[in-house]
Design a protein around this ligand. Structure first.
Ligand SMILES: Cc1cc2nc3c(=O)[nH]c(=O)nc-3n(C[C@H](O)[C@H](O)[C@H](O)COP(=O)(O)OP(=O)(O)OC[C@H]3O[C@@H](n4cnc5c(N)ncnc54)[C@H](O)[C@@H]3O)c2cc1C
Length: 415
């Protein structure tokens, strides 16, 4: 089995597809090494194991909306695309989506996956309850009242296998999307927070060369006032693809045409389903007020970065409280890099990029390419030692560990 990008062949010895939660519990209890695999959209070894891989697609699937409570209960393996369609049919929505709808909900939440919007926290922020099979095989349900809830939601796969989630929902809403072209870097750096706050969700697309940012995608609630100011940029009059030479055919509708949240918040249409990718990704999350200085630092590396880049996307994310969330107590800007599939070259330039972003307190996206040795995780995450202690207590033999978790948390201490 390979991941979606095809840059990683998993090292699991066996793959199991349990048909009941009880069977899953037995598998976990008796395994030496075990890991859940979601939709395989991560780019690093975060989902890898040299033991048993567990796929959740044969478990009984359910999706139950509790309209009075304002939540939906779903099975762990569901994708955001399937969740979005089912919710919308019942008149509900979730607050935001990532760029691709095909990603599994449990896998996305475990790694702190996010969309954009200064007031929109990551997708994990919708979680109000989580069903988890611990390393012992015990099934627990954690809610905000439980001490371990804030550690387990963005758990980077280290604290258990998620079999179900309860997510906050809201009434379905409509969004209008428009693209601005030719925003000068000078205007972007001077007005960064103003531009990023000018619509419900804002994404900047650039390769850091030249004097202008070629595209800024604005997704406004249908109830929001029309944009007051274009910040010196020009509103596009035809539909755009973030990559200048690509057709906009597969992109969600633009030009201010209102549409359902699930047809506007992702950049690409649901029916356009890339089963595998020819790209790599990295992403670094840092405090929003550091955005202008951090962007200048990255621009300084543009000659090295641009030949390896398809495009870079800059987004914003509201703070949350999850211990290992890259947005822990920090309103953030996300500098995302979609690389050409040139892994050795990308891995050669990454440490220099990470070094340039270190002064801004950059935290790496758990599911994308980064260099673990470049980070002092205990300094970056105030609850890091508490997280390590919890992992040690719940998984003393390191069943859920793999090379990436070992390099972040240190090798498990077996008693
Ligand atoms: C084309 C593309 C677009 C992307 N867009 C975005 C984006 O807009 N924003 C963003 O933040 N990220 C984005 N990502 C990254 C992606 O959201 C994360 O890598 C996410 O973790 C992928 O989820 P997955 O289900 O594929 O997880 P996997 O890669 O399968 O697994 C990731 C981690 O989750 C764990 N896991 C999976 N399922 C479970 C479970 N049931 N219980 C416990 N642990 C589990 C795995 O063990 C592993 O630790 C994108 C990736 C791709 C390929």
């Amino acid at each position: 089995m390979k991941n979606w990008a095809g840059n990683l062949e998993y090292s699991s010895a066996e793959v199991h597809r349990p048909t009941s939660v009880a069977e899953l519990q037995e598998l976990v209890a008796s395994a030496t090494r075990v890991k859940a695999l979601g939709s395989r959209h991560s780019f690093n070894t975060v989902a890898d194991t040299d033991g048993i891989h567990i796929l959740l697609d044969a478990l009984p699937q359910s999706l139950v909306v509790d309209a009075a409570k304002g939540t939906v209960k779903v099975s762990g393996g569901i994708s955001y695309g399937a969740l979005g369609r089912a919710l919308d049919e019942q008149g509900f929505a979730i607050h935001n989506l990532a760029s691709l709808p095909h990603i599994s909900v449990a896998g996305a939440i475990q790694t702190g996956t996010h969309g954009s919007g200064v007031n929109n926290p990551s997708l994990a922020a919708a979680v109000v309850g989580i069903d988890l099979v611990r390393a012992s095989g015990e099934l627990v349900t954690l809610t905000a009242d439980d001490d371990e809830f804030l550690a387990s939601v963005v758990g980077v796969g280290a604290l258990g296998i998620v079999t179900g989630l309860e997510l906050a929902v809201r009434p379905s809403f409509e969004v209008r999307q428009r693209v601005l072209t030719g925003l000068s870097w000078e205007s972007a750096l001077t007005n960064f927070q103003g531009i990023a706050s000018s619509a419900y969700s804002v994404s900047f697309f650039t390769d850091y060369t030249g004097d202008t940012i070629p595209q800024v995608w604005l997704k406004a609630l249908d109830t929001e006032a029309p944009l007051p100011d274009l910040f010196g940029a020009t509103a596009a009059t035809t539909a755009m693809h973030p990559l200048p030479d690509m057709s906009a055919e597969n992109c969600t509708e633009q030009l201010d045409v209102a549409g359902k949240w699930l047809d506007r918040l992702p950049h690409f249409r649901h029916e356009f389903t890339p089963s595998n990718g020819e790209e790599l990704q990295s992403e670094f999350l840092l405090p929003l007020d550091q955005a202008p200085a951090a962007l200048q630092a990255v621009r300084g590396l543009s000659e090295k970065l641009a030949p390896l880049l398809f495009i870079s996307e800059i987004r914003t994310i509201a703070a949350d409280e999850f211990w290992l969330s890259p947005f822990y107590e920090q309103q953030s800007v996300a500098l995302h890099f979609t690389w050409k599939p040139l892994q050795p070259e990308v891995e050669a330039v990454l440490p220099e990029l990470e070094e340039a972003l270190r002064p801004f307190g950059a935290r790496p996206h758990w599911g994308k390419l980064f260099t673990p040795g470049q980070y002092d995780f205990a300094a970056l995450y105030p609850r890091f030692e508490d997280f390590r202690a919890l992992v040690q207590a719940n998984d003393p033999s390191g069943k859920f560990r793999n090379s990436l978790l070992d390099s972040v948390l240190g090798v498990a201490v077996t008693s």
